[in-house]
Design a protein around this ligand. Structure first.
Ligand SMILES: [Zn+2]
Length: 66
């Protein structure tokens, strides 16, 4: 008797390169951040924490692989 291994889909975390839509400053944001991320330059909210995947409020440029 064989047991098939079942892949449990894990939420894939990643680092995202996010650009502030207000001033254009770029920041690296963890996709599952547990804190709100604000722009270093103007203070605009870039990512809002949530239960799992953060909601990115800035412009996502690319995902950086770990
Ligand atoms: Zn900004």
């Amino acid at each position: 008797m064989k047991r098939e291994s079942i892949m449990i889909p894990k939420p894939r975390s990643a680092f995202l390169s996010v650009q502030c839509e207000k001033c254009g400053e770029k920041a690296v944001v963890f996709s599952h951040t547990t804190t709100n991320i604000n722009c270093k330059s103007c203070g605009e909210l870039l990512a809002e924490k949530s239960g799992s995947l953060a909601s990115i409020t800035g412009k996502v440029l690319s995902a950086l692989d770990q």
